[in-house]
Design a protein around this ligand. Structure first.
Ligand code: AHR
Length: 503
């Protein structure tokens, strides 16, 4: 028997406008993300700069508004000056975060060119691991000042007359993690982040800054880290970061799909901590959230231990995503949307080859992984205002979670084109779910489409041999009766229900 869930939406009950930067992503100098990922000179799809046009097309299809660069762990040992000037003079370095060899053939100038071609902005991270205030202020000057100073004129001499105008900057990466190059205590990081932030904003007062929060909510320092870092940086920064990755090592799909509840609790805890510091400081300013790394990551961990060190672009973190991974990614996207009032930036980590929605074969094709689809759907249809949806769903308990709603759902109204989109995941392993949604204030709306991602095999993947194994389809179902939108969500499915106003 089908199960049933109820949802109520009201056009006037809005959580917030979606900041499109929540559909951001991430390219790190790691594995085959840059080299043999976005950049492969000699490939038949390579453009005059060596960027793969087929990869660019997929990135553009996703409408990725912003991409974080160049790391990640990589940035904590990075000398940004290694990546500027004539390519033949750039040093090859031992890259200590991922034990690889870095050729520096791509640096900030080339990446800015790629970003332009991909119609995306950049979140630039500065190295607060091995370096500090001086390198941080210099790179802002190199990137954002028009001319007339040492670093801006150097950029011009490298052929980049116009500044890159990078508006969003990360103050280091995961500085709470013992694995991080230049790992710091919260006090040490809070101090250097505050001082770096001050000078970076003196160089360019129009930039926004993200301070490092915890690497995940299981870090022993979680909570106190955020409070201490914000005590030091509150007046100089704009966002605090969150990172999280989930896996299904135990092969327990009920528990795995519930992990977005952990993400939800993580977001709520950081909001509370930021607001506690706000109260303590009697500040009028609110610190928002940059969830600048999130995804499923576990498939590749064993393989990565076997990779030869000090090689260029080794295949690292190449998770091949399953259908069930796409379901969790969908639930995580819904969780981010539900916090649209405070989560203003989020980056699916990462974009190409490295724990990525897009995969490439060296000398061969590029294809979409399973997780590509929920990311695509929310990025395209999830722009506008998130509505405060009231949900009544059957629940279940799993190993780590209780009262897990079978229905994970939210809705976005786009008043520019009179569209209402309901995103819904059915976590039930046995039954379809009949969704009855009351839509108040949406007179004369009709159903446009019900996009479904479903598969009989929860471990199904897309590979270069079979790139279209897991793809969404349109289910021509759904009715509107007495102001209730009624749809059947298949067991274990991702759904996008699109409605628009009849003229
Ligand atoms: O995204 C992969 C890695 O995960 C990043 O380099 C690091 O910040 C995180 O631990």
């Amino acid at each position: 028997m089908d199960k049933k869930a109820k949802m109520t939406l009201d056009k006037d009950f809005k959580i917030s406008k979606v900041d499109e930067r929540i559909y951001g992503s991430f390219i790190e100098h790691l594995g085959r993300a840059v080299y043999d990922g976005i950049y492969e000179p000699g490939h038949k799809e390579a453009d005059e700069m060596g960027f793969r046009k087929d990869v660019l097309e997929l990135v553009k299809e996703l409408k990725v508004p912003i991409v974080r660069y160049p790391g990640g762990n990589y940035v904590s040992g990075y000398n940004w000056e290694d990546g500027i000037g004539p390519k033949e003079s750039r040093p090859k370095r031992l890259e200590l975060a991922w034990n690889s060899l870095e050729t520096n053939q791509i640096g900030i100038n080339e990446f800015a060119e790629w970003a332009k071609k991909a119609n995306t902005d950049i979140i630039m991270a500065v190295n607060l691991g091995t370096r500090g205030i001086d390198a941080a202020r210099n790179i802002v000057e190199y990137c954002n000042i028009k001319e007339g100073s040492y670093w801006s004129d150097l950029r011009k001499s490298h052929g980049y007359k116009d500044p890159h105008n990078i508006k969003l900057w990360n103050l280091g990466n995961e500085m709470d993690g013992p694995w991080q190059i230049g790992h710091k205590t919260a006090e040490e990081y809070g101090r250097i982040a505050c001082e770096a932030a001050k000078v970076m904003k003196v160089v360019d007062p129009t930039i926004e800054l993200v301070a490092c929060g915890s690497s995940n909510s299981s870090m022993p320092t979680f909570g106190q880290w955020e409070a201490t870092v914000l005590e030091h940086t509150y007046d100089y920064i704009d966002y605090i970061s969150l990172h999280t990755y989930y896996g299904n090592e135990e092969n327990d799909i009920g528990n795995f799909l519930a992990k977005s509840l952990d993400m939800d609790a993580f977001i709520k805890a950081v909001i509370s901590t930021a607001d506690y510091v706000k109260a303590k400081k009697r500040s009028k300013k609110t610190i928002n959230i940059s969830f600048d790394e999130w995804n499923v990551w576990y498939h590749s961990r064993e393989n990565d231990k076997k990779v030869e060190p000090w090689t260029v672009a080794p295949p690292l973190l190449e998770d091949i995503y399953t259908f069930e991974d796409a379901l969790l990614v969908g639930c995580m996207l819904i969780t981010i949307l539900k916090h649209a009032d405070r989560v203003k930036i989020a980056c699916l980590a990462q974009l190409v080859n490295v724990i990525a929605p897009i995969m490439t074969e060296k000398g061969g094709k590029a294809w979409r992984q399973t997780i590509y689809y929920p990311y695509l759907h929310t990025s395209i249809y999830g722009r506008g205002h998130v509505l405060n949806s009231i949900i009544n769903s059957p629940i279940y308990n799993s190993k780590d979670f209780s009262d897990v709603p079978v229905l994970e759902s939210t809705a976005v109204v786009n008043e520019d084109n009179d569209e209402l989109t309901i995103f819904a995941a059915n976590r039930d392993q046995e039954d379809s779910l009949l969704l009855e949604c009351a839509i108040k204030g949406f007179d004369n709306y009709k159903i446009v489409d019900h996009i479904v991602l479903e598969n009989n095999d929860i471990k199904a993947t897309n590979t270069k041999e079979n790139p279209f194994n897991v793809v969404p389809h349109s289910a021509n179902d759904g009715v509107i009766e007495d102001g209730l939108v009624k749809f059947l969500l298949p067991k274990l499915s991702w759904n996008v229900i699109r409605l628009s106003r009849e003229n």
